[in-house]
Write a protein that binds this ligand. Structure first.
Ligand SMILES: [Zn+2]
Ligand SMILES: [Zn+2]
Length: 344
């Protein structure tokens, strides 16, 4: 089978290889991969900025059909349509695991990072990771379950949108566009999406189409003044950072009302960034970080997709085969892509 393999930790070291179809153990299934999203993390891996295993198939936002099941598999059967959680190798006994957060287990070996992932014709995984979905949901939409689950964990489970919250989202990439929609569905009275000048062409108009009440361009609009006026000087209730950029993060802290909440989904490129610690302290802000996704958030998101509560279709700007991955990664780097889907 064809697969996109990371061959070393150097930038650009990913290539198409011919590999054997994975052998499955008795508790595993073989998935014929139908659609895989290209994630920001995949781009960081391609650029050499994220450490993973090498000689590993990349890709983790998948949907597919079960091709074969191991002897001890009982919950799923060949032909079923599935998405897959990524909590492989978790111990089940650490505090993270025991609290329902295996995604934070130290022993986790995430497919697409440490064991073979989904940029391939086939992928294997243990049956416990799988959720099935109906024929009514397309594979390309189902492939959004993973990024949606990261947003749902951060925004719905950890930060919690409250009824009538005024919510600002920084960073209108796929994660920000999902966050804006979820905030709206789960109770926000107004959602404001803030981007930068390059977002004016594609991403901010799409944010509007997906339900944002206001879109603003930082560096052109006086974002803090506009949002202060909008709230009669009180400040916004909830800020969601999907940018990881220091100016945006500090803007969030300044714009929040006293006792406001900030949800942090964006990972900054650098380990340290200067932030207005005192501003946050004086306002008694709650700043909630979130990484990866809980198992329960996957059920929430698949349900949202199946009942058509959220529009992910409009976010798909590119669909390509495995062999065209370099072009689509380059276009993603140039900001021409909203979401690219690879169909192996
Ligand atoms: Zn992802
Ligand atoms: Zn554990």
């Amino acid at each position: 089978m064809k697969a996109i393999v990371r061959t070393s930790l150097e930038p650009g070291c990913m290539e198409i290889q011919e590999r054997p179809i994975p052998e499955i153990a008795e508790d595993e299934v073989l998935i014929k991969v139908k659609a895989v999203g290209v994630c920001g993390t995949d781009l960081h891996i391609y650029n050499g900025n994220v450490v993973t295993g090498t000689d590993v198939v990349i890709g983790h936002e998948l949907s597919g059909v079960i091709d074969k099941v191991g002897a001890k598999v009982t919950k799923v059967k060949p032909g079923e349509r599935v998405v897959s959680r990524l909590n492989v190798g978790v111990c089940g006994t650490c505090k993270a695991c025991l609290s329902g957060n295996p995604q934070m287990c130290e022993h986790r070996t995430c497919p697409g990072h440490w064991v073979d992932g989904a940029f391939a014709e086939y992928m294997k995984i243990d049956e416990k990771q799988l959720l099935t979905f109906s024929d009514d949901l397309s594979f390309e939409e189902a492939a959004f379950t993973e990024p949606m689950a990261c947003v749902a964990t951060a925004l719905l489970e950890r930060t919690k949108v409250m009824p009538e919250d005024i919510v600002v989202v920084f960073g209108p990439g796929p994660i920000g566009l999902l966050a804006a929609q979820m905030a709206k569905i789960y109770g926000a009275s107004k959602v404001i999406v803030v981007g930068t000048a390059p977002d004016k062409e594609l991403r901010l108009p799409l944010a509007k189409k997906l339900g944002a009440d206001i879109t603003l361009v930082s560096g052109e609009d006086d974002v803090e003044k506009i949002l202060s006026d909008l709230t009669n000087g009180e400040g916004i209730d909830l800020a969601v950072d999907c940018s990881g950029a220091a100016p945006a993060i500090n803007s969030c802290l300044r714009m929040l009302r006293k006792l406001g909440r900030m949800c942090v989904i964006g990972l900054p490129g650098r380990r340290e960034i200067p932030i207005e610690w005192k501003t946050a302290a004086e306002k008694s802000l709650e700043v909630i970080f979130s990484y990866s996704s809980t198992p329960t958030s996957w059920n929430t998101c698949l349900s949202m997709l199946e009942r058509g509560a959220i529009d992910v279709k409009s976010m798909i700007s590119h669909k390509v085969g495995l062999e065209d991955f370099k072009e689509v990664f380059a276009a993603t780097g140039r900001g021409e892509v909203i979401k690219a889907i690879i169909e192996p």
